[in-house]
Design a protein around this ligand. Structure first.
Ligand code: CTP
Length: 400
């Protein structure tokens, strides 16, 4: 998580989806949160407290009378109360303020944010009492995530499935993240581009897209309006991000230029293929038909954006073999950038397909900041901090 460690109270109630809450707890901890689990007695019929204790390393709380003030103290320490899965019974009780168990008491004493992920049969979900409770709880500031539509545990189809674990984790982390980028409209590029030789072969650059996706994810969590333009990657879709898939460099260029007018910042993490076959073939070439391939250069998208930059903050990447600061500085100058993020792809943990990176950030004034091995999401937040710093400075300058 972006700033100090957050405390999450995870309420688990009696639904068949309770087993998925184990993954939710684990993934929230991977995001840097501290997680305490509170179970209802009904939840214990579906999954044992021991499973959560093994995952979180802390005792699970079930009984209202387990300690004199646990119903007050636990919620005092919690930055977020997440109830996943939340049954119809729990939702209705919360709406009425019924506190006949520990979770109900904690809901009444918790003053921070609450996120609820309902899970129930679709007829229960559609029942006017449940719908009324959800409406009233939303009015009082409770956030709901899901349910989604699909096959239910009872064998019926309908709306009532607990939202995906990733969507719940993202909603929880987003709820805890300060919205310091809410005034920004950020265009991010990611992944490789591919230039077809024929319908089955292409020229491309190595890229998993993970760095660009991390930037888009971090910016969305911080409240920015985010458009992610990406070449072909195998990464899951991001929540709260407009996703534009592209293939060739020319398609990426068109997509970027179309959305540029609204952007306050552009962050180009894409590994754009520098060359394309001069003449692609619309039918498959036999191996004896190719001995050499004539190439042409693809458009330099970032350079073009740099020439139309206006007041936008422009950030590029330079993936080099070796820590080539001079080459990165030249790219920054030639492409009219505010910041360039240099990464030496030969360093351990900084190459392709990994969740970490080692970067050096160079700005237009020649300031060089070197960072150790960090998770890509942490690198993304550092880049966004620098972007915000520059945007705030420019704003102050304008105000003078
Ligand atoms: N870039 C781009 N269009 C291209 C090539 C690169 O927009 N056709 C962008 C990349 O997204 C990156 C930055 O420019 O943000 C630098 O890319 P890089 O491949 O390191 O540099 P190149 O300009 O392609 O130079 P070279 O390959 O000679 O190092």
């Amino acid at each position: 998580m972006h700033d100090k460690q957050k405390n999450i109270l995870l309420g688990v109630t009696g639904s068949i989806a309770a087993y998925k809450a184990v993954d939710i707890a684990r993934r929230l901890m991977d995001e840097g949160a501290s997680v305490r689990v509170v179970m209802t007695h009904a939840a214990c019929k579906f999954i044992t407290p021991l499973t959560f204790e093994a995952v979180t390393g802390s005792p699970v709380l079930i009984d209202l009378f387990s300690g004199p003030f646990s119903h007050i103290n636990l919620s005092k320490e919690a930055d977020l109360l997440l109830i996943a899965p939340a049954t119809a019974n729990t939702i209705n009780k919360l709406r009425c303020g019924i506190a006949d168990d520990l979770l109900g008491n904690l809901c009444l004493t918790h003053e921070g944010r609450t996120v609820i992920a309902p899970a129930m049969n679709h007829r229960m979900y559609r029942h006017p009492t449940v719908q009324d409770s959800i409406k009233e709880l939303k009015k009082s500031g409770v956030q709901f995530i899901g349910p989604s539509t699909g096959s239910l545990a009872c064998g019926e189809e309908g709306e009532g499935r607990m939202a995906d674990v990733s969507a719940i984790v993202e909603a929880a982390v987003t709820a805890l993240t300060p919205k310091d980028l809410s005034r920004h409209n950020i265009l991010v590029t990611a992944g490789p581009t591919i230039e077809p030789i024929d319908p089955v072969r292409y020229i491309s650059n190595r890229s998993s897209g993970k760095m660009g996706f991390a930037v888009a994810r971090a910016a969305a969590r911080r409240g920015a309006t985010v458009t992610l333009i990406s070449g072909p990657v195998s990464l899951p879709q991001l929540e709260n991000v407009t996703f534009i898939p592209v293939k060739r460099a020319s398609e990426m260029e068109a997509a970027v230029l179309k959305r540029l007018p609204k952007a306050t910042a552009v962050i180009m993490a894409a590994a754009v293929a520098d060359f394309a076959p001069a003449a692609g073939s619309s039918s498959k070439l036999g191996k004896d038909d190719i001995s050499t391939i004539a190439l042409r250069k693809t458009p330099d998208i970032l350079k073009k954006v740099g020439s139309k930059k206006g007041k936008r903050i422009l950030i590029g990447f330079a993936a080099e073999t070796g820590r080539d600061v001079e080459s990165a500085k030249n790219k920054l100058k030639q492409k009219n950038l505010d910041i360039i993020v240099l990464n030496d792809v030969t360093q351990k943990g900084a190459g392709f397909d990994v969740d970490t990176n080692v970067v050096t950030i160079i700005d237009g004034k020649g300031k060089i900041a070197e960072y150790p091995l960090l998770k890509k999401i942490e690198v993304a937040n550092i880049i966004l901090d620098r972007m915000l710093e520059l945007a705030t400075k420019a704003q102050r300058h304008k105000g003078r």
